[in-house]
Design a protein around this ligand. Structure first.
Ligand SMILES: Cc1cc2nc3c(=O)[nH]c(=O)nc-3n(C[C@H](O)[C@H](O)[C@H](O)COP(=O)(O)OP(=O)(O)OC[C@H]3O[C@@H](n4cnc5c(N)ncnc54)[C@H](O)[C@@H]3O)c2cc1C
Length: 354
């Protein structure tokens, strides 16, 4: 079937963004997503619904991260302006503090493209903070945003979606028509046969969902060994995500009372308006960021498929760590670019862009 010409394994924000880039190029009808978990599901093996989420300077300072961040920020800013309410993304005032000075490359990169960017004068910084900035961020209602993406992909662009777990990446080649497979399996890339990338590891975060409609701004404090953040969840009737933790190599879905207490005391100190009778704790969650030593892997590979060993192309796109929502679109564009020639060679007629 031609609808299986391009297959994406994974329906987290990374797989969905790859599908979106393909669909925007006119290949929606030729693309199938297969995934064990789909938007609307919750599982510790499905990271995307647990994200804060916002655009933050918490990402790395290497060239890839800086480029993907920039691309992703512009995309989200544009989406917020054109379709923010439906997409559950919104421009939001933001403050970020660092206890240790970030790299100059990072600061210069942020200053270049972040809307309303300005450094906070040293005398205005809280005690213990070495550097701070104000800018306009984009907040994302993660669980509803991925549902929006799925709906748009299936209803507007004709992308096919099948719930299916594969035990080997080569099972992504669903039929002889399948020429290109995108591996967007997040944390599962460590164990999935045919990939088994030992550089992958989970980074656990516990978060609290609270109702606190008095909170209108995003605030983050990047400590040496802690991460504290307050992210108003857009179009959620006053819900706010409080965090958090960055526990490398920890893979439990359990939540812990002392972590809840620590998150509450750190976030109230950071934003005193939270310390109010109006703040109601709704729940505590844990999610596992799909981290990877050296950063995300966006790369193509030639493979041999099936008993006959026919040639296939596999494009890896995983290891987004704590940045899948902010960097995902840039990663997707580059992943698709790696197979531009092969997609053209499929000889399928691209539909006009809708
Ligand atoms: C607490 C927390 C806060 C965060 N905050 C932010 C934030 O503010 N901003 C930001 O940008 N990012 C944030 N993140 C990070 C972000 O959530 C991740 O980078 C992103 O969700 C990763 O998406 P993914 O698609 O790679 O993985 P996932 O969402 O885990 O999706 C993986 C997909 O692959 C499928 N799959 C796996 N194995 C198989 C298999 N064998 N067969 C079939 N399907 C399979 C799964 O079912 C799923 O559909 C946060 C994460 C956490 C935990």
């Amino acid at each position: 079937m031609k609808s299986e010409s391009i297959v994406i394994i994974g329906a987290g924000v990374i797989g969905l963004k790859v599908a979106l880039v393909l669909a925007e190029k006119g290949y929606g009808h030729y693309t199938t997503i297969i995934a064990e978990h789909l938007p609307g599901d919750t599982s510790i093996n499905y990271t995307s619904p647990w994200a804060g989420a916002n655009f933050s300077a918490l990402s790395a300072s290497d060239e890839n991260a800086l480029r993907w961040d920039k691309f992703g920020y512009k995309y989200l800013l544009d989406l917020a302006a054109k379709d923010g309410k439906n997409a559950f993304v919104k421009e939001t005032a933001s403050i970020e503090y660092w206890d240790e000075l970030p790299s100059r490359a990072k600061i210069d990169s942020m200053a270049e493209y972040l809307k309303d960017f300005r450094e906070i004068p040293t005398q205005d910084l809280p005690v213990g903070v070495a550097f701070g900035v104000k800018f306009t961020t984009i907040t994302v209602n993660a669980p509803t945003h991925i549902r929006y993406l799925l709906k748009k992909l299936t209803q507007k662009y004709g992308v096919h979606v099948t719930r299916k777990r594969v035990s080997h990446v080569s099972y992504g080649y669903l039929s002889r028509d399948t020429k290109i497979v995108f591996n967007c399996t997040g944390n599962a890339a460590r164990e999935l046969q045919g990939v088994q990338d030992s550089k992958c590891f989970p980074t656990r975060g516990q978060i609290l969902l609270v109702k606190a409609s008095q909170v209108q701004q995003n605030v983050m404090r990047h400590g040496k060994d802690y991460e504290t953040y307050i992210i108003p969840r857009p179009y959620s009737n006053g819900n706010v995500v409080l965090g958090g933790y960055m526990q490398k190599g920890v893979g439990t879905s359990d939540t812990f009372g002392e972590e809840t207490e620590s998150i509450l005391s750190r976030t109230k100190a950071l934003l005193p308006v939270l310390d109010s009778d109006r703040t109601e704790i709704l729940s505590a969650f844990a999610g596992l960021r799909p981290s990877r030593e050296g950063g995300a892997r966006v790369a193509r590979q030639h493979v041999q498929v099936g008993a006959t060993g026919r040639p296939g192309i596999l494009v890896h796109n995983y290891g987004a760590g704590g940045t899948g929502f902010q960097a995902g679109y840039g990663m997707a564009v580059e992943a698709v670019d790696t197979v531009e020639e092969e997609i053209k060679a499929l000889g399928i007629q691209s539909q006009p862009r809708l």
